[in-house]
Ligand binder design. Sequence first.
Ligand SMILES: NC(=O)c1ccc[n+]([C@@H]2O[C@H](COP(=O)([O-])OP(=O)(O)OC[C@H]3O[C@@H](n4cnc5c(N)ncnc54)[C@H](O)[C@@H]3O)[C@@H](O)[C@H]2O)c1
Length: 373
Amino acid sequence: MDRILLGVVGLGHRGRELFKLAGNFEKVVPVAACDLNPANWTETKFLSAEPMEKQFPEVKFYTDFEKMLKESGINTLLVETGADVHAGFCAEALEHDINVLSDIPVVASLEEADMLWEAAKKSRAMFSTGANPNESRIANLLKDFYRKGFLGKPYCMEAEYIHWWMPGTANYKAMVENGDWRKLLSPIRYCTHSLGPLLGILEEDLTKVSCFGTGTHAPDEEYGNFRIDDMQCAQFQTDSGVVIRLMRNGRCRAKIGCHTYRVFGTEGYVEQMSDRGNTPSRIRYNSTRLYGARDLVEIDGCWMPYDYADNPSATGHGGMDYAMQDHFFTALLEDLPPPIPLKEGLRMTIPGIYAEISAKQGGKVLEIRYPWK
Ligand SMILES: NC(=O)c1ccc[n+]([C@@H]2O[C@H](COP(=O)([O-])OP(=O)(O)OC[C@H]3O[C@@H](n4cnc5c(N)ncnc54)[C@H](O)[C@@H]3O)[C@@H](O)[C@H]2O)c1
């Protein structure tokens, strides 16, 4: 492929920001954009100084997704609709042999997982998962350490994603003005940011889960009358016995954020602690196999992938968004495999679907099934 003729569906803040970022790549031509709400194209919105239509006068705007697929001539699509509605857009684009970079979670149900798996098998186009934390410094460090033997065999891991929201703030209002998936999605379903980097060093799938929820405690007058658990805690296991523990919040008062990971291996240990007040996020590790690291070593825990640290264009979630798009566009232009294939996307999404079912059944242990098994 010589040029990427790009479209986007979903113009909430995320779709707008990723479309703008993509437009900076040399061989990417922004061609079409689609949202049910034209105001996201014509009006000045969160994070933008002027409307998208002014920033992209050459781009054709649609409210009808199918019309955009049929008429616009795009060969590549960013799927940026709400977190619970991705798979249908992805499958339709793949049916038209249009390449897809889909935000996460990849699917919202087990039926969608089977459907998308089949659609991707039939398509000549590429599907890649838009899991930006897989590009993070900690994700890369874990992979490096694992490959080089510094960790040995990882046998126990932990992740926590605590996102502090305060309804009433301008940021919160902007985040929920287009849809209410943030209010309605069971927290454990938004597990890909946590599981993605950990599964990068796990050569088997998660096959069992048990999950508990706390119920709702935060006041409705602040958060609205919706009933998802304030917190959910899941434990996953692989066939060989590796355990992953994951905690996710819906509502919470903890002003910390956002991502914590810990990996215990037979030869070493790695953690990233999220920031706490004035203490910035830190990565720490030790290893029996690495000179100078028998005792705990501490480095900066920022998100910026090392390979992009000197690239001034590398922006968006500390450079991870840029790295994700750079890898995806390069794969298309140079005919390489997808950077984060559908299988990886489903490996990090499907365990959350089963975890939600387990929580609804009081923590019952469930077997996890994938479309390839
Ligand atoms: N990876 C990250 O760091 C990160 C951060 C934030 C959000 N996200 C993901 O980005 C995605 C978008 O998040 P957001 O906060 O911008 O969501 P949002 O709800 O604000 O925006 C989604 C948009 O999709 C549009 N839409 C829904 N159905 C449509 C249809 N049939 N046709 C056309 N448009 C349609 C809605 O009108 C809405 O404007 C989500 O999947 C979320 O999980 C990822």
